[in-house]
Write a protein that binds this ligand. Structure first.
Ligand code: ZN
Ligand code: ZN
Length: 296
């Protein structure tokens, strides 16, 4: 019994919490009814199929929801009060952590001036610049988590709007000069499980703005994961670096092109460094990271 329940919960640790609870609950009901591990597996299997069916139905309606979402009255991304056409209400906009702090031009770490930080001067990363909208802190982190782990894809629109707003506010925004936009890809099993790549949805929302380059410049196929990497959050920085060296590969010749890489969260920068290495190896002359939130 413990082996069967352990397999469901630990074997797929990135499954949405609600699903684990639902499967666990149905499994427990099954166990209570018959008292055998076989019935647990059977009921858990039924629950899994049921969730799969609901997800496929939801996927069918997604393009429609995305298309109409743009015209519906907006609610603040963070507190859900009505907010007209902007992603945040005035109060949340005023208190968004890190939205206006000076950052390193290259890695977007908080820095006294908008120049290079000491780390980027000593060891320049493969990317050339990073723009972030805010700190990865409450309440913005909760919106990102809800998008990724609770499947609330409507939030991608607000997060993309937030990123577009941050780019518009940049004095010398690099965006108009970029030739292609690439979201950080998910590992294949994670994409299959989640059903969407949050960075791709955020990038698409960002490019819907009239002030942004056209959406046809979004090319998710350019960057692929070379292999499934071990869950990054379980590794130390040095191990992350090793794990992600050559973690991506570019699928097309990018000679002379300037690329914007879109990601939801930047922590150590190791993922974006690996992406930039792959893009530059394919000939890209400039790589600019466009990120919703960064850990301080
Ligand atoms: Zn608000
Ligand atoms: Zn820096």
């Amino acid at each position: 019994m413990s082996i069967a329940s352990g397999a469901i919960i630990t074997g797929e640790s990135y499954r949405q919490p609600g699903e684990i609870e639902l499967m666990g609950l149905m499994g427990l009901i099954g166990l209570k009814a018959t008292g055998t591990a076989a019935s647990f597996a059977k009921v858990a299997g039924q629950a899994r199929r049921w969730i799969g069916q609901r997800r496929r139905e939801w996927q069918r309606h997604r393009p429609l929801a995305e298309a109409f979402g743009h015209f519906l009255p907006r609610r603040c991304l963070l507190c859900e009060t009505s907010c007209g056409t902007s992603p945040l209400c005035p109060a949340c906009e005023r208190f968004l952590p890190g939205a206006r702090r000076p950052r390193c031009l290259i890695c977007a770490r908080p820095w006294q001036t908008s120049e290079r930080c000491a780390g980027c001067r000593d060891a320049p990363p493969a990317y050339d610049a990073t723009v972030v909208a805010a700190d990865y802190a409450p309440p913005l982190d909760r919106a990102i988590t809800a998008l990724k782990f609770a499947g609330q894809i409507g939030l991608a629109q607000g997060l993309g709007d937030l990123l577009a707003g941050a780019l518009q506010a940049e004095r010398d925004s690099p965006v108009p000069t970029l030739d292609r936009f690439v979201p950080i890809p998910l590992a294949a099993p994670r994409l299959a499980q989640r059903g969407f790549n949050q960075s791709q949805l955020i990038a698409a929302s960002m490019l819907r703005h009239a002030s942004m380059p056209p959406a046809r410049l979004l090319h998710p196929e350019i960057l692929v994961r070379q292999r499934d990497t071990v869950a990054q959050s379980l590794l130390l920085w040095s191990a992350r670096q090793a794990n992600l060296d050559h973690g991506f590969v570019a699928t097309t010749d990018l000679a002379g092109l300037r690329i914007g890489v879109v990601d939801d969260v930047m922590t150590t920068g190791a993922t974006l460094q690996a992406a930039a290495l792959a893009l530059k190896a394919a000939g890209a002359v400039k790589v600019v990271n466009l990120v919703v939130a960064r850990t301080a």
